[in-house]
Structures are given as structure tokens and as C-alpha cells.
Design a protein around this ligand. Sequence first.
Ligand code: GUN
Ligand code: ZN
Length: 425
Amino acid sequence: MHLGQTLSFTGDPFVEGPAAATHSSRGGVLIEGGRVIATGEADALRANHPGAEMTDHGDGLILPGFVDAHMHYPQTAMIASWGKRLIDWLNSYTFPEEMKFADRAYADEIAGRTLDLAIAHGTTTLTSFCTIHPGSVDAFFEATQARGMAGFAGKTCMDRNAPDGLRDDARSAHDDSEALIERWHKKGRATYVITPRFSPTSSPEQLSALGALWAAHPDCLMQTHLSEQVDEIEWVKGLYPQARDYLDTYEQHGLLGARGLYGHAIHLEPRETDRLRETGAGLVHCPTSNTFIGSGLFDMATRVAEGQRIGLASDTGGGSSFSMLRVMGAAYEIGQLKRNPIHPAQLLWLATEGSATVLHSEGEIGRLAPGAMADMIVLDLASTPGIAQRSAVASDIWEALFPTIMMGDDRAIAKTYVAGRQMKG
Ligand code: GUN
Ligand code: ZN
């Protein structure tokens, strides 16, 4: 039994506002066998479960671990590379680094490093692109399983506009991905995500092959990139002259669906937003990446009003931080530039429930309620002097939490638990 402050959602704060969350200044979470079995006020929980072992976190805020809905573990070692926009950034920094993952030992090293950084930053679930090398997928899932973490990932497929040594072909992309599905999908906490990188690096034949693979394995997820930068969109239109728009390059090849995750999705046309909403696809907002690479401003208010499903993500190494707190802070800043201040309840929801929902794992991760996996963090709301002096004069939990969202980093994560097992603190 863990005691401390607790915050949990009974509804969607984009619909109900902050009233969708319940705060207790003295709450509790009871864990057994890696899952949450009860939550409530500390006194009542103790009375109902008198024999349970107790860990008291004092004023620490007990939350679900953060769920990162889009990132690239192979880019960990080149995060914060200076001065380029998307296409040049890929060619100058990303592809040379991804080439190194032909070496399985290097893939193991970076996968382990990335997961340890995630745990230190309070992220308990990563959704990752790997590289074209099947061994990079084995490295990721072996590392998540060694830590007991949920993992969502797949082999990145590219058969054109990428350097020698970093291209597959339509057939091998299909066959290697299918072999990885057999090896990993639904094994323990692993979910396989079919992963065409984006339309510029896949031929129409490759997109078709992966669309057919998804149709044959419909409970897999599918992830890709969509309309991140204006130059990229022009390039896609040149490469796919028959397509009505960028999304259509996926739609025409069987790669649009409710279990699809579309990273960035910034510069969208009305037909695209209609189709994304109609299919129930997941849009993944990557705010630190969008400012770092200079991509543009995701229009959260409009997408929410349309009824889109939205998750939140670090997009490391295009994103410039391993911290989902920093990602929430950047989402707030982009909201401000769009004249739409996103409430801390909404930011927290996006980083937990929202991402879990686009991953079709709501109720399992991103939530501390009976039946959910006990992936949990304890947040210190006074982790630095600057944050502490502000939260000390807060009049409610949102005012106490917001300085940590805007100014916090891994020092704010006092403890991280994965499936009930303490991994930090
Ligand atoms: N578009 C295609 N590949 C990538 C990538 O690795 N990072 C980002 N941010 N955008 C992409
Ligand atoms: Zn990405």
C-alpha cells in the first residue's frame, strides 16, 4: 500500500475540465501481483486492508508513470544535434547514427540506456521506432522485458531516399516485420507496431506490402509520421502525384485505421482531419520536437474540438528532452502561441490516459485504478528551490503541480515503479 497525495481521472478533462480529476491530499494505492487492486482515501484503505505493508510517500504526488506515444530509441545518442531542419537533420545526424544499429551489441547498449533514462524521468512506457535492422527490435523488446516494462515498437521500414546500408525492400520489410510479429507481439508486455518510417522513404510497393501485413495482423498497431514540415509535404506530393494529400499516401495503401499512430500531424487539410476523425486514428503531438526542428505549431484546440484522439510524445532525438514534464511544458507553450492555454489537468491527461488511449491500452497503463498495471511514479512538487518557493504558496493542486510541469526534470521524479517493482528512488 502506497500513501501520499493522489490525483486520478474519472472523466476526460478536455470535456469536463479539471473536475474530471479527483485529488486527495492523503490517498492510497494498493498493489498486488504487479497490479493496482484498490485506491481511495488513505484511512479507508488502511481500515479495509489492515494487513497490507505500507510505504508512506508523505506529500509526494502518486501518479501513473508517463506514457510516451512516439520516440526513436536509436536516436538517444544524437539528441540535441544543432542547426538543421527535418530533411537535412535526418541526412546529417539521424541516418548515420541509425546505421550503427547493424551492430547488435550497440543496439543493446542504446536500448538499455534509453530505458534507464526513461525510468529516471518517470516514463514507464515507450513507443519506439527501431531501425531497419531486425536485431534493433530484438534489442528493444529484450530490454523492456528485462525491466518488466510495457513496450510498443517495430522495425522501421525504408526502401528509398535513405543511404546504402539503411534500406530494405518491399518484400524483406514485410517478411522481416512478420517474423518479428511472430516473435514479439503480445509476448509478455510487448506490442508489435508495424512501422513504415514515412512516405518519402517508402515506395508505393512497400506501403502496400505493409498495408497487407497490417490487414493480416489487425491487432498490431501501426506508426508513422504525417505532415510534420511544409517542405516534407511538398516532397510527398511530388513522390505520390496520384494522392489527394499526404494522409492519402497511407490511406490508399491500407495504412489508415483506428490502431494507427500518426506522429506530428501539424499541417493538415480538411479532408485529412475528417478521415483521421472518422477512422478514430491516433494523432501524436510531439511539442519539444516541433519547436526544436522548427516544424510548426500543433493546433490542439481545433483537433480536440473535432473529436480527434490525441496522445503526447517526446519524439527523442528530434525532441530535445527525455522528460515528459518538459514535453507537457512545451505543449503548454505551443498552446499559448495558439492562444489556447492547456490546463495542467489536460497536460497530465495527455501524458498518461491520452497516450494510453491512442495505444489502445486504456485501463491497462496510464491510470492507477483497480485492474491497471502498477506502473507508477511519485512526484516531488518541491524538487528545486525555484519550484519549491512557488508550490509553497499554491492554493490548489493544479497551482502546486504546474511549476513542476513547467520547470521540472528528472529531479522531480522521486520514485518510479514498474509493475509494482521499485526502479528508481
Ligand atoms: N520523419 C521521418 N523520420 C523522422 C524522425 O526520425 N524524426 C522526426 N522528427 N521526423 C521524422
Ligand atoms: Zn518521429
